[in-house]
Design a protein around this ligand. Structure first.
Ligand SMILES: Cc1ncc(C[n+]2csc(CCOP(=O)(O)OP(=O)(O)O)c2C)c(N)n1
Ligand SMILES: [Mg+2]
Length: 303
């Protein structure tokens, strides 16, 4: 799963919130981990399900989980992260903590009941949470209109629940930053939840097993008028005199080298099937007290 075209969202928002806050992401907010310095090789180890997979083969490859990085385990069941984020935020408020939660959901998944239940609870309990809708206009091959994004905006849906909402150009790093800062202050000072619709475009296929040329024009991404968020931030910084084309070339080269080095480190541990988490780990860390059936099964396997 790539986040091409949506990079500004997770990166800007991850920089505003702290690691003590909790993020409830989808598979398109890997930028949150990368911007916070989570090791690229560890992400790759999970993708390869090798012996160093931090999830020990228990999750789909890109469904990361990193508590220390404020990154809640991604769920394969779309939408569940939104009520979880609201519940986490309510718990934080009950404890008198000043930690806040932030969640992301795709345009398509807002059609799930979970999203609407979460908005009710966020509003009624004034939960300290930021609820993002990442409208990248596609849900695999379904255009966002199928999820109700043409008759109204995703931001406007918040109004019916009594929640304030902002609709932001999600490809404008600084706009994402400013909107999130406003929502963060509201949550932090117990003024309640904010819904942010981030209007963007899914630049890449849904996943590596998807072929978007079957359902949308091949050049749609290039024609997207709001443009590539990285290119836009680069241009802005160059105009301000804070950055140059040469620095950009260097930064990109450095990024590619970092990815290559991490790839080598991870491949040395093993690609898919070459090395794997020990079978023993299958029986661990699920129950506080091991169930008798598990003990029996573990004996049968002989680990
Ligand atoms: C409850 C549920 N229904 C369906 C799926 C299958 N599925 C996985 S991703 C996806 C599309 C999601 O689109 P969107 O919410 O717009 O997020 P995006 O992929 O565009 O970031 C679907 C239908 C799922 N994982 N969970
Ligand atoms: Mg989408």
């Amino acid at each position: 799963m790539k986040c091409t075209g949506e990079e500004a969202i997770a990166v800007a928002q991850g920089m505003i919130l702290s690691r003590e806050d909790m993020g409830f992401p989808t598979y398109r907010q890997q930028g949150l981990l990368i911007a916070r310095g989570y090791p690229l090789a560890t992400m790759m180890n999970q993708i390869y399900s090798n012996a160093e997979d931090p999830i020990k083969g228990r999750q789909l490859p890109i469904m990361y989980s990193a508590k220390d990085y404020g990154f809640f385990t991604i769920s394969g069941n779309l939408g569940t992260q939104v009520p979880q984020a609201v519940g986490w935020a309510m718990a934080s408020a009950y404890k008198g903590d000043d930690k806040i939660a932030i969640s992301w959901i795709g345009d398509g998944a807002t059609a799930e009941g979970d999203f609407h239940n979460a908005l009710t609870f966020a509003s009624v309990y004034r939960a300290p949470v930021i609820l993002n809708v990442v409208n990248n206009q596609w849900a695999i091959s379904s255009f966002m209109g199928i999820a109700g994004g043409l008759d109204t905006t995703f931001a406007a849906k918040a109004i019916g629940y009594g929640l304030p909402a902002l609709r932001v150009d999600g490809n404008d790093f600084l706009a994402v930053w400013a909107a999130t800062q406003w929502a963060e202050e509201r949550a932090r000072t117990n003024q309640g939840a904010t819904v942010i619709e981030l209007f963007t475009y899914r630049g890449a296929p849904h996943s590596t097993s998807d072929d978007p040329s079957r359902y949308r024009p091949g050049d749609e991404a290039e024609k997207w008028p709001l443009g590539d968020p990285i290119e836009r931030l680069k241009q802005h910084l160059i105009v301000l005199g804070e950055w140059s084309d040469d620095q950009q070339v260097e930064a990109e080269k450095d990024a590619v080298e970092q990815v290559r080095a991490a790839g080598k480190e991870s491949e040395a541990i093993g690609t898919l099937g070459q090395s794997r988490p020990s079978v023993k780990t299958m029986f661990e860390e699920v129950y506080a007290t091991e169930d008798w059936r598990l003990i029996e099964q573990r004996r049968e396997v002989g680990v």
